[in-house]
Design a protein around this ligand. Structure first.
Ligand code: NAG
Ligand code: NAG
Ligand code: NAG
Ligand code: NAG
Ligand code: NAG
Ligand code: NAG
Ligand code: CU
Length: 532
């Protein structure tokens, strides 16, 4: 049974929507051969087609997506990035967190309410798989869009790095090329004086992108799915997982075609003077198809500071935290001398039982960290105000993503600001009207403080969204009100997916039901053989 507090939340949400529809998709997940950057390779598509389709619904609709794994040789799962899954945590998607991996030959259905409007995306949340192509936009239209009528048409642009999955040295691969809108370049019909809304999504595996429209500013209206006060900017930096909705107005009295420059900064500190990013690609705003577009010149990359955007709704900073999750990120090595990414000196190692199922089946022991194994469990209660403090001890910029919530960014200094000095020293400088988002850059040798109020019992990953770093262990798990998870109902086809794959569905991280406090069999070291 769904705990009463959850059902009333869900019913409340549904009751406010007049004409909610069910939007259904039935997808075969298949290998396809494609050449998005001119280089032919196998990619993972849907119904034998790649690029993968967009999911689109209206706020309040129910999205029902059935996937049939026809890959033959890989397991899969789908995450809906930015969707909070209120009352439906088991639909969140990450493998061995809220579900079992879906093995070849098996079908699995996701169903959730599209309760928030904005620009989301969906992607595989299974072993570094989305860089092979299994990802796409998820757009939820707002029936009461405050910007309705202000722009001419909707389109999206995807800044994406296309990566080589062959990686014998275990070094995170560097991007080999950029693809825009799943091809070489992104062209848009454009006209002077008209406004266009762009939904920009970075679905890359690792690199962040700088974006600049030649001779045009962008008016930012949303960061991730949160409305921000309109802000005119010339350059944006967008890291994997992040989205921006912007309006671009065609310049009057200028009928040239204009380039859109997307340059990968590879997560180095772009604020160094004179930085040039050689891996770049252009799209085009086409006014006259007969004309050439002149090259885009950027003198200096100086992206807008997204921690200064102003929220439109729920402006005030939440009250002081009840609990602080410290997340110290260091590079480290495992017992096989393989480089890992550590949280508090240890790396995430996946359990045998999905963490949500462990919480649901270990009774009163589900409030003890020991039952969860090497997942960096952090147990909180619904109602608690939580601060996540990331101390980044790495010389690169890393984008951190939280499942299930859009947090307030209280402080996010630039590079070399050092560790968080503690609440007493830091809190007087917190932004009193902090912007919210679900993926935030944490700068090199610096920190960030992120705040949210727990309100939806479940299991939530917090991880770097550079997909290779997830594989290297850079993940923690927030477990909210486990005592309310003991009687959740997991859909039968989700349990069937576990049985089909030979995964246990109950007990501690090793599947021990009799004695959940016995940690025998829990893995604390990653498998030597990487099977992704
Ligand atoms: C799985 O099949 C695809 C398509 O035939 C192939 O490219 C890939 O290398 C195979 N192996 C693994 C481990 O994915
Ligand atoms: C873009 O906005 C800046 C202020 O943020 C302004 O100085 C500049 O003139 C604008 N450029 C264009 C092309 O509108
Ligand atoms: C884009 O890349 C080219 C080389 O491919 C480089 O010459 C140019 O400076 C880059 N542009 C920017 C603005 O970084
Ligand atoms: C990291 O360690 C600190 C104690 O040093 C602890 O308070 C915090 O909860 C740990 N964080 C995680 C994610 O386990
Ligand atoms: C953004 O603005 C904040 C607040 O003024 C500042 O601390 C930070 O260094 C700025 N730059 C970056 C990259 O966040
Ligand atoms: C925790 O598990 C142990 C067995 O390992 C059992 O004896 C104990 O009753 C359980 N505690 C709770 C609170 O359920
Ligand atoms: Cu990272």
């Amino acid at each position: 049974m769904i705990p009463p507090s959850l059902s009333s939340l869900l019913i409340g949400a549904l009751a406010t929507v007049a004409s909610a529809a069910v939007v259904e998709y039935d997808w075969d997940i298949t290998w396809v051969t494609a050449a998005p950057d001119g280089f032919t390779r196998p990619v993972i598509g849907v119904n034998d087609v790649w690029p993968c389709p967009e999911i689109r619904a209206v706020q309040g609709d129910t999205i029902r997506l059935k996937i049939n794994n026809k890959l033959g040789n890989q397991t899969t799962s789908i995450h809906f990035h930015g969707i909070n899954q209120i009352g439906s945590n088991w639909m969140d998607g990450p493998s061995l967190v809220t579900q079992c991996p879906v093995i070849p030959g098996v079908s699995f259905t996701y169903e959730f309410v599209a309760d928030t409007a904005g620009t989301f995306w969906w992607h595989s949340h299974e072993m570094g798989q989305y860089p092979d192509g299994l990802r796409g936009p998820l757009i939820i239209e707002d029936p009461n869009d405050p910007h309705a009528g202000e722009y001419h048409e909707q389109s999206h642009i995807l800044g994406e790095a296309f990566l080589n999955p062959n990686n014998p040295d275990g070094i995170p691969p560097a991007a080999q090329s950029i693809i825009l809108n799943d091809g070489q370049g992104a062209d848009y019909a454009f006209a002077a004086g008209k406004n266009y809304r762009f939904r920009i999504i970075n679905i890359a595996a690792a690199p962040s992108a700088m974006i600049h429209f030649d001779s045009h500013n962008m008016t930012v209206i949303m960061s991730d799915v949160d409305h921000v006060e309109e802000e005119e900017v010339s350059q944006l930096r967008i890291s994997p997982g992040q989205r921006y909705d912007v309006i671009v107005k065609g310049a009057e009295d200028d009928d040239r075609n204009f380039g859109i420059l997307v340059a990968l900064d590879e997560n180095r500190d772009y604020s160094q003077p004179g930085a040039v990013w050689g891996r770049n690609a252009t799209g085009n705003l086409i006014i006259d198809p007969e004309q050439e577009t002149s090259p885009v010149i950027v003198e200096e990359w100086r992206a807008a500071n997204d921690s200064l955007f102003k929220p439109v709704n729920d402006k005030a900073i939440l009250p002081a935290a009840d609990k602080t999750m410290l997340f110290n990120f260091n590079e480290c090595t495992d017992s096989d001398e393989i480089v890992r990414h550590c949280v508090n000196s240890s790396y995430y190692v996946g359990p045998k039982v999905p963490t949500l199922y462990t919480a649901a089946t270990t009774g009163g022991n589900n409030t003890k960290e020991a039952v969860y194994g090497a997942i960096h469990p952090f147990i909180v209660s619904s109602g608690d105000i939580i601060d996540i403090v990331v101390n980044n001890h790495d010389p690169g910029v890393h984008p951190f993503h939280l499942h299930g919530y859009h947090f307030q960014v209280l402080t996010r200094p630039g590079s070399n600001a050092g560790d968080w000095p503690g609440s007493e020293l830091a809190s007087p400088n917190y932004n009193q009207e902090p912007p919210r988002r679900d993926t935030v850059d944490v700068y090199a040798m610096s920190h960030a403080v992120l705040r949210f109020q727990a309100s939806n019992p479940g299991v939530y990953l917090f991880h770097c969204h550079m997909d290779w770093h997830v594989e290297m262990g850079l993940t923690a798990t927030i477990i909210e009100s486990p005592e309310l998870l003991t009687d959740i109902t997991i859909p039968e086809d989700h349990l069937e997916a576990c049985r089909n794959g030979g995964y246990p569905i109950a007990g501690n991280a090793a599947g021990n039901v009799e004695d959940p406090l016995d940690t025998t069999g829990i893995e604390y070291e990653p498998p030597v053989e990487y099977t992704g």
